[in-house]
Design a protein around this ligand. Structure first.
Ligand SMILES: [Zn+2]
Length: 250
């Protein structure tokens, strides 16, 4: 591997689907699939805290990692920039986005609105098999926390919200929650979340208990307080305080 590509090795190239691997073929992915695979790999690297805000994403290096043209990498960057995970600037190229304080507040405000409504519906509609699936997800969260697998637990804790959205069968909702959760991961990296993984896990367990009892009011209250705790534990202050305010005579 050329040395220049080493720093972006945190972006993992996903393995081809099992069936193809068994047949020993290369995945004949079309360009749309490939763009999505590149975008998904970068998103996962952000959610798993392997790519930090502000990291430069060099087009050529990523093209080398995925063995594709720069055009496809650029398309993936555009997709990620629409989702606010990557910022594109003419002179600086692509970087992992650095969400501002106001943006962070707005993301959590929208999550409160959407996820309170989402969890109420989940409490009314989820079948026992889906509750069992959520219990299995919680087991995975707990196992990742026990073995202090930081990447794994971060992704699983984020996925909890996306999995519930997916169970409601509304692709628009699932897409929006997925985007907001990924942006929240970036926000947690920017503003050093002090909310512990154990605490989030316990709050998730309480939410699933309420879902199992079809108690939509309790589920909504628990989800609201969970998201509130996550936001409260961020240090949402500008990194570079306003100079005039900092130097104002007391
Ligand atoms: Zn959560």
């Amino acid at each position: 591997m050329p040395r220049s590509a080493a720093r972006l090795q945190v972006i993992r190239v996903p393995a081809p689907p099992r069936a193809r691997r068994a047949a020993g073929e290369r995945a004949p992915a079309d360009s749309g699939d490939m763009t999505k695979r590149i975008a998904d790999s970068i998103t996962t690297a952000i959610v798993e805290r392997r790519l930090m805000p502000g990291t430069k994403l060099a087009e050529q290096k990523i093209a080398d990692i995925f063995k594709v043209s720069r055009t496809l990498v650029r398309q993936a960057f555009h997709q990620l920039s629409r989702d606010k995970l990557v910022s594109l600037e003419p002179a600086r190229g692509a970087r992992v986005a650095e969400p501002g304080v106001e943006e962070a507040r707005q993301v959590f405000e929208v999550r409160q609105m959407l996820e309170a409504a989402m969890i109420r519906r989940a409490a009314a509609e989820l079948a026992p098999a889906q509750i069992a699936e959520l219990r299995a997800h919680l087991k995975d969260e707990e196992a990742a926390i026990r073995r202090t697998d930081v990447s794994g637990r971060t992704r699983l804790l984020a996925d909890f919200h996306v999995v519930i959205a997916g169970m409601l069968g509304n692709a628009v909702l699932a897409g929006m929650i997925g985007e907001l959760v990924s942006r929240s991961s970036l926000i947690a990296l920017m503003y050093q979340s002090a909310h512990s993984a154990e605490h989030s896990f316990e709050e998730h367990v309480a939410i699933v208990d309420a879902l199992e009892k079809h108690d939509s009011r309790a589920a909504a209250r628990l989800m609201e307080s969970h998201l509130h705790h996550v936001e409260q534990n961020l240090r949402l202050q500008p990194r570079f305080p306003d100079l005039a305010a900092a130097l104002r005579p007391q």
